[in-house]
Design a protein around this ligand. Structure first.
Ligand SMILES: Nc1ncnc2c1ncn2[C@@H]1O[C@H](COP(=O)(O)OP(=O)(O)OP(=O)(O)O)[C@@H](O)[C@H]1O
Ligand SMILES: [Mg+2]
Length: 304
């Protein structure tokens, strides 16, 4: 893309008409910014992710692949419900906001639907993967800076050594090979292509993909301080729609609620607040009548 073309609005594919694509949009996008803000993680994890992604794009633009073999792949791994997908969408947005490349069009975001590719009819996975990586993603990367989200990446890059004979292993094997070959080619050709992958089955992931990741981030369960903030945000959002007792969001309640929710992931925490509204029969399911006691009892009772 030349500087003269930079003002031309960037074309992105229609996900509904593109097999294997779950979403496509231009960045930045305020909905993704809200996603980013919603995820609470300790230890500077989020800002470190942005810095590392930005450094990878900058290094790859200036230094040969053979010298620093960065693939532009960031792998977020961790248990279900810890915010990996939300974080990846937010990171895409943050990267687009922090790296504005002179003379280049705006960043585009593509989200791959791995299940659509993996469930393609017998013998078709390889072709679908090839089409998606070498045509759809390659075309976007050719046009300008692009972030691709490979959610639940183990579905696509299944560990080839663990394939059982009942799952059409030859097709899966070829699909994984096709994906890896395409990744290598894309990485060499497009320094401003970033692939964000998520998994909660790191052990089911083909090691060749893990080895291509420039950065492997374990997204942890929220610690006590993070749980306090997540519960505070969730209760405040609920109170904005259904004014309730201010005691619910007091520091004392939030501390007690965070202590009662050890080992809960972010998704369960947020859901538990909604569930608590149905705890007390006297409240009749009205969120405005939620009590501290109902909240704590519900949090303690959530299955770990
Ligand atoms: N650390 C966190 N802080 C705030 N909210 C969180 C956190 N972790 C998860 N959530 C909330 O939980 C919900 C689920 O998050 P998300 O789908 O991103 O998790 P995930 O790790 O991708 O899960 P899965 O592995 O099941 O796909 C979102 O609404 C998200 O905001
Ligand atoms: Mg997810």
């Amino acid at each position: 893309m030349t500087a003269a073309l930079a003002h031309v609005p960037r074309q992105i594919p229609n996900p509904e008409a593109t097999p294997g694509l779950a979403d496509a949009r231009l960045l930045p996008d305020d909905a993704f910014l809200r996603d980013w803000d919603a995820i609470i993680l300790g230890d500077d994890v989020k800002e470190r992710l942005v810095r590392q992604a930005a450094a990878a794009v900058r290094i790859r633009s200036e230094v040969a692949f053979t010298d620093v073999p960065l693939h532009g792949v960031v792998l977020l791994s961790g248990p279900p419900g810890v915010g990996k997908t939300t974080l990846a969408r937010g990171l895409a947005d943050r990267v687009a906001r922090s790296i504005r490349l002179a003379g280049r069009p705006p960043w585009a975001f593509l989200e791959v639907d791995p299940h659509a590719l993996a469930s393609s009819a017998l013998g078709k996975s390889q072709k679908s993967v090839h089409q998606l990586f070498n045509v759809v993603i390659a075309e976007q990367a050719e046009m300008g800076p692009t972030v691709v989200l490979l959610d639940e990446v183990e579905t696509l890059f299944t560990d080839r050594s663990q394939l059982s004979m009942d799952a059409n292993p030859i097709d899966v094997h070829r699909a994984v090979d096709a994906g890896l070959v395409a990744l290598d080619a894309l990485a060499r050709r497009h320094p401003d292509l970033l692939l964000l992958a998520t998994t909660n089955y790191a052990e089911a992931l083909d090691p060749a993909l893990a080895s291509r990741a420039d950065l492997l981030v374990q997204v942890p369960l929220p610690d006590l301080a993070a749980r306090r903030v997540i519960l505070g945000h969730t209760l405040a959002a609920l109170a904005a729609a259904f004014p309730a007792s201010p005691e619910l969001t007091s520091p004392r309640t939030l501390q007690a609620a965070a202590e009662a929710s050890d080992e809960l992931d972010g998704r369960k925490l947020r859901k538990a607040v909604a569930e608590a509204c149905a705890y007390d029969p006297m409240a009749g399911g009205h969120p405005g009548r939620l009590t501290v006691e109902a909240l704590l009892a519900t949090l303690r009772g959530v299955q770990r």
